[in-house]
Design a protein around this ligand. Sequence first.
Ligand code: ZN
Ligand code: ZN
Ligand code: FE
Length: 791
Amino acid sequence: MLYGGFLAEKADLQAMRLVIKGTVQGVGFRPFVYACAIRLGISGSVGNSSEGVVIEATGTADALTAFSTALSTEAPPLAKITSIEHSPLPAVLSDTAFRIIASSDSAAASASIPADIALCHDCHNELLNPEDRRFHYPFINCTNCGPRFSIVETIPYDRQKTSMRIFPLCADCLAEYNDPLNRRFHAQPNACGNCGPQVSLHAPDGSVIESTNAIQDAADLLQQGKVLAMRGLGGFHLCVDAFSETAVDTLRQRKHRPDKPLAVMVPDLKTARLLARIDQEEEALLLAPEHPIILLPKLEQGGLAANLAPGIDEIGLMLAYTPLHVLLFEAARCPRCLVMTSGNPSGAPICTSNQDALEGLASIADCFLFHNREIVIRVDDSVVRVAKNHRQILRRARGYVPNPLPVPWDLPTIIGCGAGLKNTVAIGRAHEVVCSQHIGDLTDLETFRFYEESVEHLQRLLQAQPLIAACDLHPDYLSTRYAIESGLPLYRIQHHHAHAAAVMAEHQLTEPVLAVILDGTGYGTDGTIWGGEILLADLCSFTRLGHLSTLPMPGGDAATYEPWRMALAALFAIGGLDRLNALPAALKQIPEHRRSVIATMLTQSINTPRTSSCGRLFDAVAALLGVRQIISYEGQAAIELESLAKSCTTSTWYHDIPQATEPLIASLLIEKQENVEISSPLLIKVLLDECSRGVSRARIALRFHCLLIGAISALIDRLSATTGLQQIVLSGGCMHNRLLLEGLEYALLTTGKKVFTGETIPVNDGGISVGQTIIGGLLHVSRNTHAGCPG
Ligand code: ZN
Ligand code: ZN
Ligand code: FE
């Protein structure tokens, strides 16, 4: 009887093999599988292989179904499963246990390394629980949270390959690390006060400030208005009391950063609500595992120092994301909101080592809060915002990198070397593109060194050796030179085509699109500087169907920093020298001798490269309206012009743009032999006429946005009719302008178009490397196979 019963039971058992792909390493995935298997009475094993996580499972049909469902529906918070493949196995019954198989070195190459993740709920509770053995330990973490990308040297992701290598686990931590049912099973940075990293407080000369509680002392210094340099997760922050105008001013002066907005950190959502207006989606983003900086509408009654973001109605805000931040806010007398800005000497990348910080920040910080967990690669805070229908990542770094972007095309292993400013690099291979963290402006040697480090780090983590490279057309970008010097077969990609392709990749668009790229500047194929472009683009080529008409840029790049030069250029374009003699009041504050130099340059066409840049058009309008004549950070004039325009918008401000601009469209759109131009001089002339009729500056600022939106959407309508294309891509740095994005999208959607823009990949130059990777990779494939471009 017994024997027969066993046979019947045995006959009920089935076995299957599951292969799970995605981000499933270092996120507590194998212990999760183990716990599911134990709960459902399943035997077998789980391990990592080059294919991903491989499970061999034996159990009843019901149990296996439940197991398979649990794997996808209950996966740990940080796991990102891209696929689960099932295949039957001959039943293996010899073993009734379930085992976790150790990973071998070569095994995990294709499984991706997770990003750095904010302190989780469980660890937060333990951190503040006096009974817990990690009470107030600033480096508490578990498989659901803590540092990853920033401490990994190479793969497989294992403590010995991270900067935690120098901290041997104590007996208690080791027991957790080895227990499959513990939240810290194989948590590589696992540590406690007995065995892990520690903090210390230092004077600017490096000497230790003796202290029984370094964090409390740091909080007291902040309360006194001092500047603290604090080593964090991906680099140093400079911190001051965000309610103190004096403290903020001290920081600004010492950092030589007069106006650029400073991000702030608060301990919790409750505090955030006192300082900014936060909707549901923004709340979810603030609390998400990535904990990025979110750009939020500032509440005037919040009491933040007025000089945090002068001239701007938004504030960049994030919640405390490491246990060290939480403890700082827990300390008595700590200000409830702290400026947390990048700890870098002007222009250079953020400091990561204690020594670099002492050298680079000695003239800025009054004291230093150090720790001894080395940062292998620097990662800035990410910056995100929620526009009407889209989440936009403005700076993609901590929390998002190195998450891959899946693409539907089979790419050769290729490196996209990126743009010159806001640079990132990207590596494409097979069906994914991995974009690096924000690297910065490649204008100095130190940032370029960071660029090289990032390329090497990314290649190591991906075990990828690029066979080809793609870069910008601009010959002087350091990224272009890097690409040339790599000696790899090279594809040079036009800047705005790359902007379009990045959006196409993100949304997996294979068919041609009409792309509206409103940008700062990018090298054109005709030797002029482009930046207000309407392209018919596919993944391998493009045609320039329209653009903003060009304006001279007096002094070339210098015009980027001095918008008043663009204002004079626009006036000159409208009415020549006569017009320069009848200046709007706002421009008369520019010294006469400086104006006359520019007038000479314009009349004689000396050093006045022409540009169709949308950013420069914004600059011209901002200067003409007296918003800003000289900038101290990129995009300042445009951002302030947008803020001014926003001050007179309603929630439905964009509804009547088509009617309101219709009478002017015929004259704004000029048919040329090759394509259509949107007349920037005429657009500005309309604004100046309104100015002289006494219309308010804010209304004119808004009118400018409306005219631009009206002209572009009317042009797209025409082009859509002639080409039959309905898919519209919106990208370029100017798409960070909320009014432009909202208005354009509304106008296009109401005429039946499908609109796509960058959400997980920046629409600014941070997305260029991704576009280059896609175009370069597909061009290479189509040339080598003599097949056409996909689509
Ligand atoms: Zn945790
Ligand atoms: Zn320990
Ligand atoms: Fe660009």
